[in-house]
Design a protein around this ligand. Structure first.
Ligand SMILES: Cc1cc2nc3c(=O)[nH]c(=O)nc-3n(C[C@H](O)[C@H](O)[C@H](O)COP(=O)(O)O)c2cc1C
Length: 403
C-alpha cells in the first residue's frame, strides 16, 4: 500500500463543482424529470385524483392502451452504423407544410381543468417548437383565444359532430376565420367509452365539490385555488356543462353519422381534412376514397373501444393500400421519442401525442408542456443518430421489428 497523504486544497478545488441553485420550485421539479414517465409521476402528485385519473385512464380494462404502450416498448431497433450522424434533421412536412419535429400535440378535451394554463400553454409550446396543435371541440379555451395566444402556431381544429349540424357548421367557419389550417374529424366516438375510473371517482365536469373532493382539496389547495380563481370551465364551442363526460357525449354527439356525411363536411370545409380514429385497412381506404387528405390511425388512447387494434401495427398494411393518396398519422401509447421514431420508420407521415404533453401540463403548466416537448425531441434526435438515420426520410421498415 502506498503512503497516504492529506488531500491538498489545490487538488480538491477542481473537483468541487457546485451546481447552480435553481430557486424556482417548478423549474427544479421539471429539471429532474428525465422521461415522460417522470412527468407522469409528478403530475399524479400535483393533481386531484379524479382529474389525474380522467387523463391517465382509458376504457374498461384499459387493454387497448396497455397493449399500445407494450407494443412500442417491445419494438426491436436495427441500427445501421458508420453513417455520418453529426447533423440530425428531424423535420418533416405534414399536410403540405413544414414542422420542426415528427410529432404534434393531439386534441384533448377539458385541458384547462387539468391545469389552469390549459390550451393556451399547449398552443404556445407548439408555436415555439414549430409543431402542429389540434384544438378539441371540447377544449376549454375558445377557438379565437387559442389563435390569439399562439398566432404563429400551426393550428388544426378537431371536430365532433353534434346532433345539431348547424353547431358544427358554425365551429368550422369560426376555425377558418381564426386561421386554423386543417379540420380533424374524430369518428371513433359514436357513444362514450366506459371510463370506469371516472365512474368510480364520481367525476363530473366541472369537478363537483362532494365530500370526497373537498377532502381531496386539502391535498391539492393550489389546484383548486387556480380552478376557482380563473375563468369558469366553459367550452370552446358549447358554453357550459354540468354532468359527467359520458352524459355529455351521449347527449350531444350524433351516433347516426355515416360516411355519407363526409360529403357535407367537405362542402363546408375547403382546407385539408383529416379523419381521426381509423382502425382498419378497409376504413382507411373508404375515407380516403371519400376525400380525406389524411387519416389518423388511433384508438383514442384506449379511451373508447377496449381490446382495439394497436394503431402502430396497422401502419405497414394501411401504407400499402393508401400509398401516397393521403397522409397517415398515428397515435396512442407514445411515451418516448423512440416510439415516434419507430412509427415514422413503419411508414407514418407524423405522430400525435396526447397524454405525454398533458402529464407535462399537470406537472408544471406551460413549462411542463415545454419539458415534455424537450424530452421527446432529445429522444427523437438521439434515437435517429443511434439508428444511423440523418433525416426522417432515411428511416425505413428495416430499422424496426414489431414484437
Ligand atoms: C384527457 C384526454 C382527452 C382527450 N380528448 C379528446 C378529444 O376531445 N377529441 C379527440 O379527438 N381526441 C381526444 N383524446 C384522444 C387524443 O387525441 C389521442 O388520440 C390520444 O390521447 C393518444 O394517445 P396517448 O394519450 O397515448 O398519446 C383525448 C385524450 C385524452 C388523454
Amino acid at each position: 500500500m502506498g503512503d497516504r497523504q492529506l488531500p491538498r486544497w489545490s487538488e480538491l478545488k477542481p473537483l468541487l463543482r457546485p451546481k447552480p441553485v435553481e430557486w424556482n420550485p417548478t423549474r427544479r421539479r421539471l429539471d429532474k424529470a428525465l422521461t415522460i414517465a417522470d412527468l407522469r409521476r409528478t403530475a399524479r402528485r400535483r393533481t386531484p385524483r379524479s382529474v389525474f385519473d380522467y387523463t391517465d385512464g382509458a376504457a374498461d380494462g384499459e387493454v387497448s392502451l396497455r397493449r399500445a404502450r407494450d407494443t412500442f416498448a417491445g419494438i426491436e431497433f436495427h441500427p445501421e452504423v458508420l453513417r455520418d450522424v453529426s447533423n440530425i434533421d428531424p423535420t418533416i412536412e405534414v399536410l403540405g407544410k413544414p414542422a420542426a419535429l415528427p410529432f404534434g400535440f393531439g386534441p384533448t378535451g377539458f385541458t384547462r381543468m387539468m391545469q389552469h394554463e390549459g390550451e393556451r400553454a399547449v398552443a404556445r409550446v407548439a408555436e415555439r417548437f414549430e409543431i402542429p396543435y389540434a384544438l378539441s371541440t371540447l377544449g376549454t379555451t375558445s377557438i379565437e383565444d387559442v389563435a390569439a395566444a399562439a398566432p404563429n402556431a400551426r393550428k388544426w381544429f378537431q371536430l365532433y359532430v353534434w346532433r345539431d349540424r348547424r353547431a358544427a357548421e358554425e365551429l368550422m367557419s369560426r376555425a377558418k376565420a381564426a386561421g386554423f389550417e386543417a379540420l380533424m374529424l374524430t369518428v371513433d366516438v359514436p357513444v362514450a367509452g366506459a371510463r370506469l375510473r371516472d365512474i368510480r371517482n364520481g367525476f363530473t365536469i366541472p369537478p363537483s365539490l362532494t365530500l370526497r373532493t373537498v377532502a381531496g382539496t386539502a391535498m391539492h389547495p393550489a389546484w383548486w385555488a387556480n380552478l376557482l380563481t380563473t375563468e369558469p370551465l366553459t367550452f370552446a364551442s358549447l358554453g357550459s356543462w354540468d354532468g359527467t363526460v359520458a352524459e355529455l357525449i351521449n347527449t350531444l354527439f350524433d351516433p347516426s353519422m355515416t360516411i355519407a356525411d363526409l360529403e357535407w363536411i367537405r362542402s363546408q370545409w375547403d382546407g385539408p381534412l383529416v379523419i381521426k380514429g381509423i382502425q382498419t385497412v378497409d376504413d382507411a381506404r373508404r375515407v380516403v376514397d371519400a376525400g380525406a387528405d389524411a387519416i389518423v390511425l388511433s384508438n383514442h388512447g384506449g379511451r373508447q373501444l377496449d381490446r382495439a387494434p394497436v394503431p402502430v401495427r396497422l401502419l405497414p398494411d394501411v401504407k400499402d393500400v393508401i400509398g401516397e393518396r393521403a397522409e397517415i398519422l398515428v397515435d396512442t401509447g407514445v411515451m418516448n421519442g423512440a416510439d415516434v421514431v419507430a412509427a415514422m420508420a413503419l411508414g407514418a407521415d407524423a405522430v400525435l401525442v396526447g397524454r405525454a404533453y398533458l402529464y407535462g401540463l399537470m406537472a408544471g403548466g406551460e413549462r411542463g408542456v415545454e419539458r415534455a416537448a424537450q424530452i421527446l425531441e432529445a429522444e427523437v434526435r438521439r434515437t435517429m443518430a443511434l439508428l444511423g438515420a440523418r433525416t426522417i426520410s432515411e428511416l425505413g421498415q428495416r430499422h424496426v421489428r414489431l414484437p
